[in-house]
Design a protein around this ligand. Structure first.
Ligand code: HEM
Length: 294
């Protein structure tokens, strides 16, 4: 039996950092994989840090061909939606996602990760996240209501036993910058129609509009995913770090197509109030697969 990386399911952490790297010398990708797989969390019993390590899917396939899910691809080209809306692809080679209870440990550990990888890879994108009013996105809405429970999340997120890449997961990481002034100019009832849920207590609207966010990403249609989204940014410049895990990349890519209006021609109303700045897919291998690299 294979074991998933524990950080995927480690809920309840309020400080996060996402570090995206590019390898300096493509010929040395195996050495890089060795170094990144040797990253260690602090072994104290309190104040710990969770790591989740992911690889550009094509890179993982190069390094460990017999343990890579077939057909999984990086975010290699932008998604062109209706009315000129674009989701950019900003794929990098590897991701280290750190999460913990306080930012000081995240800060120290993130610095040590960057230090350990120096000479082999360049840090190309860094984002810090923090939780806002327990479980709310910076739009003010509760984020994650329709997430599977921790009993069901492994089924949604992990490749099943017996296939290449078992207990691994496909991760979509996408940073969305909110158009806060436009969003806050909407009356609450209109914000609720954009989301398809009530703002205070996240009750699904009975007659939710077809362009509402939850209609465009309906898991009954696309399949279940497991989301670990977090708010990111400064007071003046902020948004959502979308962090979505799936056993099947198509669920995620079809949701993006649907939000962009490429499936029915109806674009997700939420995309009028927030804009993706980045987009990458990573394969997050099982613990055993990472250990093999060492
Ligand atoms: C700025 C970006 C985003 C924000 C602020 C956001 C926020 C939300 C909120 C508030 C909900 C309703 C409560 C819930 O069930 O969690 C929701 C639902 C959902 N979102 Fe997003 N989301 C964003 C982007 C995305 C993206 C990029 C995807 C997929 C690739 C996605 C997939 C989903 C799914 C699957 C649901 C549940 C739908 C269902 O009811 O089955 N979201 N989101």
């Amino acid at each position: 039996m294979y074991t998933p990386q524990a950080g995927i399911f480690a809920l309840g952490t309020s400080s996060h950092a996402y570090l995206e790297f590019d390898i300096l010398d493509a010929k040395k990708s195996k050495e890089f994989a060795f170094t990144i797989s040797a990253i260690r969390e602090p072994r104290t019993t309190t104040g710990g840090v969770n790591f989740v390590i992911g690889f550009r899917p094509e890179l993982w396939r190069d390094i460990v061909p017999d343990d890579a899910p077939p057909g999984v691809e990086g975010f290699n080209k932008e998604i062109q939606g209706t009315e000129g809306f674009v989701m950019p692809g900003t794929q990098h080679d590897a991701l280290v996602w750190l999460s913990g209870s306080a930012y000081d440990v995240i800060f120290d550990m993130a610095r040590s990760v960057i230090h350990d990888l120096a000479g082999q890879a360049l840090l190309r994108e860094e984002t810090s996240s923090w939780s806002y009013r327990h479980d709310r996105d910076l739009t003010g809405f509760i984020d994650g209501s329709e997430n599977p429970t921790l009993l069901d999340a492994p089924i949604a997120a992990l490749l099943p036993e017996g296939v290449p890449g078992a207990a691994g997961s496909v991760l979509l990481l996408q940073k969305w910058k909110h158009k806060t002034a436009e969003w806050e100019a909407l009356p609450i009832e209109q914000q609720e129609r954009v989301m398809g849920r009530t703002k205070l207590d996240s009750i699904e609207l009975e007659n939710k509009p077809s362009d509402s966010h939850v209609a465009r990403t309906d898991q009954d249609e696309f399949g279940n995913i497991f989301r670990r989204n977090m708010p990111y940014g400064s007071v003046d410049d902020h948004g959502t770090m979308f962090v979505g895990f799936s056993a099947d990349q198509k669920r995620l890519s079809r949701m993006l197509d649907s939000m962009a209006g490429r499936i029915t021609g109806t674009r997700d109303a939420l995309t009028r109030f927030t804009q993706p700045l980045t987009g990458s897919y990573y394969f997050v291998p099982s613990v055993e697969s990472l250990r093999r690299l060492r």
